[in-house]
Structure formats: structure tokens, C-alpha cells
Design a binder for this molecule. Sequence first.
Ligand SMILES: [Zn+2]
Length: 274
Amino acid sequence: MVSPILTVDVEDWFHVCGHPLYSDPATWAGREKRVHAGVESILALLDGTGSRATFFVLGWIARQSPALVRRIADAGYEIGCHGDVHRRVFEMTLPEFREDVRKSRGTLQDITGSPVTSFRAPEWSMLRAGNPAFAVLVEEGFTLDSSLTTAPPVGEPSNPTRPVMLETASGPILEVPPLMGTFFGFRAMWGGGVCARLTRESRVGAAIDRSLAAGIPPVLYAHPWEFDDAHPAMPGLSPVQRLVHFSGRTRTEGRWARFLKRWTFAPISSARAA
Ligand SMILES: [Zn+2]
């Protein structure tokens, strides 16, 4: 019997990939920090439900707010790694990627005192199952990844849609992909993100049930900024970026609240037993 899986990518509202105004870490010190508010909303939502979750935390966030990471771990949730400064994998050389994941994993492990073995790439940027960066993850101590989707341009249609062991030059790693569906006939993520938010809740709910019936753990995801009532305005985003970030954003909290009444969620490590 598989469980539905709940995940949170712990980043702040300004952690937008590939944007001249937002993605440079040198600009982050002057930004209003809001991640705590969103994380507290999520923890409050989960509290008392019996559900568990995995929080994939940026190394940068962990260095800014080690107490936030401790708070999540002490509340009984799993800590995973979301990279160090939210750079997409394909923007880095392999040595740079190694440095990024080594630094972020080390930061998180120093704070929690526990091994961090699960990884999610910023913006699903592992892209394909044959990416040599998977071997780097194995060499750096990761045994599980949740970064492959089948929706172009952030994934390839041949990528897995259920947990599968990927063989790399350095050994195996378990890939646990997010729940997929369609949006206006195209492959789209239903585990979270703009297409999920703009899809009727009943359709996403039915997809979760179908996935469970098929023995495939449906993986849901969200970000703390989707749970923040005081999200700052973001001048300078392109129309598409604005749509991806803001459209249906405030639906996430109510939807998760109702889903948490309907199912008991597990952390991503539960897929190891599936
Ligand atoms: Zn992210």
C-alpha cells in the first residue's frame, strides 16, 4: 500500500531562476525575508493531521535561518536538499554542481545532525534521466532524487512517471517524480505549480486516487510563498513568469487543507519501500 507524498521546496519569494532582477544572490540581502511566514502556515496546516512531509531546503536559506530548519526537523518532518543558491543544474558545470550540492547538504546536515539523502533540483532542472549530474548526486551521498518531470521544457516525455531506480556511472539513485496530468491537452504537472493550481481540485483529487490505486505514490509539492498572505509585489517579471508565480497562488492553502483531511501524506522517503 503506497501513501501520497507531500513535499515543500523551501525558498523565498524572490528565488526565481534565470531572472536578471531576482536570481543573483548578491541582491538577496536587501530583500524582505518572508519564508518564515509561509513555513509557519504550512506547519500549522499539517499540525494534528497525522501527515508527514519532506521539506527540500535551500542551503542559502539554512545559513540565513538555521532555526527554521531545526524547527521543521524538530516538528518531525524530513529535511531534503534543494541546492544551495537556487541555480538550475544546466547553468552549472558538473564541478560547480558538485560544489553547490556539497555545500548545501553540508549546511543542512550540520544543522540537523542527520544525513540528508534526498534532492530536488531548482525548477526541475535535472531535465532527463541520463543527466550525468545524477552520478554526482550519488557520489555526494544522495540516494533519492525528485526532479524529473515529463512536461517540456523542464522535462522529457521519456522521463519516468513512477518511482524508478536510475543507474548512474557511480551507482543507483531512486527517482521519485511528481504527479503528472494534462493542461489543455499538454503534459503538465498536477503535483503542484501553476497548471495544478488552475486545474479543478476534483480532477487533481481523482488523479491522486488513480495513482494510489495503481500503486504509484502521487507526489505533491508547493512553496512557502504560496501560503503567504503578504507576498510582496514582483516588478520586472515577464508575463509568463508572472503567470507561473502568481496565477491561482492563493488556492494552494485551501486545497492542501482539504487534501490533508482526505488523505494521510508521507515524506518522500516512504517511496523507498514502495
Ligand atoms: Zn525552487
